[in-house]
Ligand binder design. Structure first.
Ligand code: ZN
Ligand code: ZN
Length: 149
C-alpha cells in the first residue's frame, strides 16, 4: 500500500509540470487517481490526513459518513465498505504555524473521495458551500440500467 502510493508520487514528480506542483501543499502525496475523458485527476492529502491517531480520533467523533454529502461506504457497498472514508485537513498548511498540533475534531473532517477531490481543487469552495449542493437534491435516476438476465 505504502509502496504503490510512494511509487505513484515518484511518477508524479517525474512527469508533472512545475505549475501543477505549485498547486499542492509541499508535503502532500497522491492517494487517488480518477480518470475523466482520458485525463488523470489526482487527489492529494497532507501529512495530517495520513496521521493514524488523528484520523482515528476524528472518525471516533464524526463517524464514517461524508460530512458534506452524507455518503456512507458500508450503506452502499455492504461490509466491504466498513471503515472506508477519507479524512480531510481543513486548515490550509500555509496558515499552519511551525509548532502546530492538529486538532482531530476542529481541523479534520471525514469526506468521501468525490467531495475530497473537489476540496483539493484550486480555489475550492468551503465545506459549507459544498454542503449546499446536497440540501435540496433528489437522487437522480441512473442513466445506465442493469438488466437481470
Ligand atoms: Zn461526499
Ligand atoms: Zn484533503
Amino acid at each position: 500500500m505504502y509502496n504503490s502510493t510512494f511509487n505513484r508520487y515518484i511518477e508524479f514528480l517525474k512527469d508533472d509540470t512545475k505549475s501543477k506542483i505549485l498547486n499542492i501543499y509541499p508535503d502532500e502525496i497522491i492517494i487517488n487517481n480518477t480518470f475523466q475523458e482520458g485525463n488523470s485527476q489526482k487527489v492529494y492529502v497532507n501529512r495530517f490526513e495520513r496521521d493514524k491517531k488523528a484520523r482515528e480520533a476524528c472518525l471516533k467523533h464524526f463517524g464514517y459518513n461524508c460530512q458534506i454529502c452524507n455518503f456512507n461506504f458500508k450503506d452502499v457497498y455492504g461490509n466491504i465498505g466498513t471503515n472506508s472514508i477519507h479524512v480531510h485537513h481543513i486548515v490550509p498548511l500555509a496558515k499552519v504555524a511551525q509548532a502546530y498540533k492538529v486538532n482531530p475534531i476542529k481541523d479534520l473532517i471525514p469526506v468521501c473521495p468525490n467531495c475530497h477531490l473537489i476540496l483539493h481543487k484550486k480555489d475550492a469552495p468551503s465545506i459549507e458551500e459544498l454542503q449546499q449542493h446536497f440540501k435540496h437534491k433528489a437522487p437522480d435516476k441512473l442513466l445506465v440500467t442493469h438488466k437481470n438476465s
